[in-house]
Design a protein around this ligand. Structure first.
Ligand SMILES: Cc1cc2nc3c(=O)[nH]c(=O)nc-3n(C[C@H](O)[C@H](O)[C@H](O)COP(=O)(O)OP(=O)(O)OC[C@H]3O[C@@H](n4cnc5c(N)ncnc54)[C@H](O)[C@@H]3O)c2cc1C
Length: 240
């Protein structure tokens, strides 16, 4: 089902990423980690699209449910379609959204959890982490990989949550900047920070290759497959 919603606030988060507050008439119903879809007809907007007909792209709600608003954090790609459409929007514009759905939701708030994401793959991790810091009773590790410090999304939020929650530790790894923190592929730092890796639940999201590499790395650390949660389509998107 699709419905109309109004953009009520736009904020530039990083050089390529904007946050949008989008409000509908009714309360949004979803579990933290799920995504809506942005839908539009490119012929009505002047945006070039490769496909015919309505463009439909998933974007994740980064706030917790309970109101008639969601926040979306969207990275713009130079050659993109929906990401360019969204970055061209202004406050008070109306957009069409689809119902929220998806597999990346917290399985159990009483177990120890590890979140591993890169790039915009952080978007489902943020509401799951917000939920865990409210309801969780175990230990949480949050690993996030980006290119440079200025590309890090939600750094203020994550640093504040890290400081407020003694059961949370946040690790950033940068692939294109030499700094005083970890560098290179974020998943390769897991064993430096996580004891007893096989006893925890993992949530991972990023480009398909990163998700597949993370699953392989966790397998090498002795983590059973059923303790790793991802959106679920990534294996099929990576060619052998
Ligand atoms: C479940 C799910 C949730 C998602 N949540 C979010 C979210 O919260 N925030 C967010 O920003 N995105 C999110 N995405 C990605 C989003 O759905 C789009 O794929 C992305 O915005 C690109 O769409 P587009 O229409 O602009 O580009 P497309 O029309 O799909 O692609 C056109 C061109 O843009 C460029 N491009 C597109 N994607 C990439 C890429 N990943 N890397 C490099 N170049 C690229 C390429 O040149 C490509 O040929 C999510 C995806 C999924 C599957």
């Amino acid at each position: 089902m699709s419905f109309e919603a109004t953009i009520t606030s736009i904020h530039q988060m990083t050089p390529e990423t904007k946050q949008f507050i989008v409000r509908a008439d009714e309360e949004f119903e979803y579990e933290p980690g799920q995504h809506t879809t942005v839908q539009f007809d490119p012929e009505e907007t002047g945006i070039d699209a490769e496909e015919e007909g309505t463009v439909v792209r998933p974007y994740t709600a980064t706030n917790l449910p309970g109101t008639n608003a969601i926040t979306l954090a969207i990275k713009r790609y130079e050659e993109g379609t929906a990401s360019v459409y969204m970055h061209d929007r202004e406050t008070d514009d109306t957009i069409t959204l689809g119902d929220l759905e998806g597999n990346l939701t917290l399985r159990d708030v009483d177990e120890d959890v590890v979140f591993v994401s890169t790039g915009t793959g952080i978007t489902p991790m943020i509401p799951m982490l917000r939920q865990y810091t409210r309801e969780g009773t175990g230990e949480a590790h949050f690993f996030y990989g980006e290119k440079t410090q200025e590309d890090l999304m939600y750094r203020e939020t994550l640093d504040a949550l890290d400081a407020q929650n003694s059961n949370l530790s946040v690790v950033y790894s940068l692939s294109e900047e030499d700094w005083d923190g970890p560098t290179g592929h974020v998943q390769e730092h897991l064993s430096e920070y996580v004891d007893d890796p096989e006893s925890r639940r993992y949530y991972t999201c990023g480009v398909p290759q990163m998700v597949v590499d993370t699953k392989e790395h966790l397998d090498e650390l002795g983590v059973p497959d059923d303790r790793v949660v991802s959106e679920g389509w990534e294996d099929g998107a990576v060619e052998d």
